[in-house]
Design a protein. Structure first.
Length: 114
């Protein structure tokens, strides 16, 4: 099992920026971010492979950027032009090579409000 520790959440005003980090306890192949707003289902924000290929939800394209540092087993989520509807608990997820299991972090709260 991969241990994932997220950091960087908090309160930000609309139009502001925030960067989330997620450190994995071991080497992983794919990493990603999901979010869950109150009363809604968890949804994919975006993901990144070990080679750096990314994909994003339509709702965040052009505003959010996922990157990773393989040497540190860490993935980042740079969030710009934040909107109130981005308010959610953000979860990091990752998968080891040859595994079909995705492990999850504990989540970090992001609140976009004036």
């Amino acid at each position: 099992q991969v241990q994932l520790v997220e950091s960087g959440g908090g309160l930000v005003q609309p139009g502001g920026s925030l960067t989330l980090s997620c450190a994995a306890s071991t080497s992983v192949v794919a990493m990603g971010w999901y979010r869950q707003a109150p009363g809604k289902q968890r949804e994919l924000v975006g993901s990144i492979t070990s080679g750096g290929s990314t994909n994003y939800a339509e709702s965040v394209k052009g505003r959010f950027t996922i990157s990773r540092d393989n040497a540190k087993n860490t993935v980042y989520l740079q969030m710009n032009s934040l909107k109130p509807e981005d308010t959610a608990v953000y979860y990091c997820t990752a998968r080891r090579q040859f595994s079909v299991v995705w492990d999850w972090g504990q989540g970090t709260q992001v609140t976009v409000s004036s």
